[in-house]
Design a protein around this ligand. Structure first.
Ligand code: PMP
Length: 749
């Protein structure tokens, strides 16, 4: 340091090394001289960093004295130059700027307004700068290069979190990357994090560290500052208005810039989190790298739970762009009624107009964010990035049918069949659960040359003609034609207020009914837990007795796993495993494609062989390349995110909490189900099925932004079957809200 003393004519009394961004090799020291004046010494072992530092100093020299706040200024050498050699490295000495970091002080509205103003002032001054050196940098920290962080996702240990980052980087690639060139560009600061902003009272007094200055969309400076100011806040959205108002005092934002701000903020969070993960992996983490990690995760998680319309409205409102959309709410309903028939049902007395969804949340057009406790089709979560990606990639590569050989078909089939008992080795793909049920019955009828199908009361298996024929839920329900001559309906083996009190009695009764038929049925079809029956697990032991009888009598046992399959039940991957039986045919649907229409029939080699009677089996879309890749991806996600285990743990917690609730509120007559496939049954004080209460609760839960549904023969059962990424916190929020409703509503008499 002698050399520094000599050059600048100071006597150094203290030297403190400062932590910096480990992505750079430059060294940074805080120096105090004998009269207490502080300086920053920066030296640059790397030639490129030095070139950039030189450019940065030139830029700051140009704008520095025209600003109403401080920015780093080089202290010139006696000969007027700005750099010198220190320990063989090019170095510069900067005047230390006094002040407190904005990270360390409370954020009053005045302060945030001042921040907006000063960012605008800085941006205006930088607009006048031209710098080919800074313009040619490609910086991963720069929001316009968010996609460069994608390869770092592997360093994020938790699958849940990888999913979140993948989702938001995908959003950047899809919604920002193709249009960002249309934004106003200039040299920007590039790193207005809360440790680069200095305050004096309610005013911004300086901006530090222009080391990330680059040519980028100007709005990125604002986005970065807002990102860091939102961290560690009870209500992060409150900071938006004063900052934007302050900024707009000097620079008018375009609507396009404002609309992109939420994406730019989530992008910056992703960059920061990928960087922390990488540095931790490389053992290069320090306080500087990790300081914003936890709050950044909190903010990104909050982002994912919040309706994008609500988020965007904070920005639009702050920038005075929000217009009240006067689209008549019932216009959508009117069009729908005009273009389709009344039989197309809607949930809720007042239907919801959904506009987007993410993981276990759904978002409506009014900005509401719902917790989805009901939709089991997005099994691994709404809009899961792995699924979106695979669809998008495969549809750009090949999407063809099963008349050609494809790797996707083989890969998916081999992988899926691994989940089944060894007898079940053959697969046929279709597009819906209904088609799969239909094919299952067709196979049974073809190979047995018999027509009758045994079904359970209240069962539902599909919307095709055969689907309706075998679904008591439909043929016995409103508008149904009653039972067909080819159908034998057996009582649902329900141990809660059912016809019999044991599995054996139900089974005996079933076998008696079967024995009385003039000809044995070709098949028996049932769900392991009856969904439309009101989430009723078939009495334990029932299927075992019946399946033995079926085997002895050439009756094909079909398990409909459309609702219960793919790990939802927690302890078992398939519902039939819960009953310790192996079906001859398994029907798959819904969760299999996470919303992409794909379904399948799984069966034995013997049945598949007998079904090959010369007639080709072909489905235009069944088993297409995209669908197969989707199914492989769903299985992959179930494994990597341990979703079956999650269904087990969270499902048990959910059921336990519901049991506690049942003890408090006698109108809850039964709580049942497995994993994340649960039902709550309501009875009145006088012992009648309580449809009124179940429906009231369903609608009140909707008002409290929780989605459920009701079902069962009396429509008095609330069904719970959320995406499997459901958490214990989600359970708590469900329990709090339903408890509140139960407390404040009089039970029916
Ligand atoms: N089986 C069961 C048990 C179902 O719940 C459903 C759909 N609710 C189906 C079959 C029919 O599936 P899809 O709607 O895909 O045709």
């Amino acid at each position: 340091m002698k050399q520094v003393e000599l050059i600048f004519g100071i006597t150094i009394s203290k030297i403190q090394s400062l932590d910096g961004d480990v992505n750079y090799t430059n060294k940074k020291y805080l120096i105090t001289d004998d009269i207490g004046t502080k300086y920053i010494l920066k030296s640059f072992p790397d030639e490129n960093e030095w070139i950039l530092a030189k450019e940065e100093s030139i830029v700051l020299d140009k704008i520095g004295n025209r600003l109403s706040f401080k920015v780093p200024q080089n202290i010139r050498l006696p000969d007027g130059s700005m750099f010198f050699e220190y320990e063989n490295d090019k170095s510069k000495l900067l005047a230390h700027i006094e002040g407190r970091f904005i990270a360390d002080v409370p954020h009053s509205e005045e302060l945030l307004f001042s921040l907006g103003e000063k960012i605008a002032e800085l941006d205006i001054s930088l607009q006048a700068i031209e710098s080919p050196v800074l313009s040619s940098r490609i910086l991963f920290w720069d929001i316009q290069n968010t996609h460069l962080s994608l390869p770092k996702i592997v360093f994020i240990g938790e699958a849940e979190r990888r999913k979140l980052i993948q989702y938001y980087i995908d959003r950047f690639i899809t919604f920002v990357l193709p249009v960002q060139h249309l934004l106003r560009h200039s040299i920007i600061h590039g790193d207005l994090n809360d440790y680069n902003i200095l305050v004096d009272g309610d005013c911004i007094s300086g901006f530090l560290d222009f080391g990330d200055a680059t040519y980028s969309p100007m709005v990125n400076d604002l986005a970065i500052a807002i990102t860091y100011l939102m961290l560690n806040k009870q209500n992060p959205f409150e900071v938006i208005l004063p900052i934007i108002k302050g900024y707009q005092k000097h620079i008018s934002l375009t609507k396009f810039e404002v609309e992109l701000l939420p994406e730019l903020i989530s992008s910056r969070l992703c960059i920061s989190l990928c960087n922390s993960a990488e540095k931790k992996h490389l053992g290069q983490d320090n306080d500087y790298v990790l300081i914003s990690e936890k709050p950044a995760w909190d903010l990104l998680e909050l982002w994912s739970r919040t309706n994008p319309i609500e988020i965007q409205n904070y920005f639009l409102e702050a920038a005075n762009f929000r217009e009240d959309e006067n689209v008549a709410e019932n216009e959508i309903l009117k069009i729908r009624s005009r273009v389709s028939g009344k039989s197309l049902g809607l949930s809720y007395e007042e239907p919801i107009h959904m506009t987007s969804a993410l993981f276990q949340y759904m978002f409506d057009n009014k900005g509401n964010s719902y917790l989805d406790c009901y939709n089991n089709i997005p099994h691994v979560g709404h809009c899961h990035p792995a699924i979106s990606r695979v669809i998008s990639n495969q549809i750009r590569t090949l999407n063809t049918n099963t008349r050609y050989l494809t790797d996707a078909f083989n890969r998916c089939s081999e992988r899926l069949l691994e989940y089944f008992p060894k007898q079940l080795t053959k697969i046929f793909y279709l597009n819906s659960g209904s088609e799969a049920s239909d094919l299952a019955i067709r196979i049974a009828r073809t190979i047995t040359r018999r027509k009758t199908v045994a079904v359970l009361e209240h069962g539902y298996h599909g919307n095709t003609s055969t689907g309706i024929e075998i679904s008591s839920y439909k043929f016995d329900g409103k508008g149904g034609n009653g039972i067909g001559s080819n159908i034998l309906k057996l009582p649902l083996p329900n141990l809660f207020k059912g016809k019999f009190i044991s599995a054996k009695e139900y089974a005996r009764h079933a076998i008696n009914s079967l024995e009385q038929l003039p000809e044995k049925p070709c098949a028996f079809v049932a769900e392991p837990i009856s969904g439309c029956g009101g989430q009723v697990p078939l009495a334990e032991g029932y299927l075992q007795i019946l399946y033995e009888y079926f085997a002895a009598n050439g009756i094909i046992a079909i398990s409909d796993e459309v609702q219960t399959g793919f790990g939802r039940l927690g302890n078992w991957f398939w519902g039939f495993e819960m009953h310790n039986v192996t079906p001859d045919i398994v029907v798959l649907g819904k969760p299999m494609g996470n919303g992409h229409p794909v379904a399948a029939v799984i069966t034995t080699a013997e049945i598949a062989e007998k079904f090959s009677n010369g007639m080709e089996f072909f489905s235009s879309f069944g088993g297409n390349t995209v669908s197969c890749e989707v199914v492989s991806s769903v299985l992959e996600v179930i494994e990597t995110e341990s979703l079956q285990k999650n269904a087990k743990l969270v499902g048990k917690y959910f059921k336990d909490e519901l049991h506690i609730l049942k003890d408090k509120f006698p109108i809850i007559a039964d709580v049942r189900g497995e994993g994340l496939f649960l039902g709550i049954e309501f009875y009145t004080n006088s012992g009648q099925p309580d449809k009124l209460t179940a429906n009231l609760i369903k609608n009140k839960l909707k008002e409290k932004l929780i989605l459920t549904g009701t079902d069962g023969p009396f429509d008095n059962v609330i069904k719970i079957k959320p995406p499997l990424c459901f958490t214990k916190d989600n359970v708590d929020s469900f329990i709090d809200k339903i408890e509140d409703i139960l407390r404040n509503n009089k039970p029916s008499a």
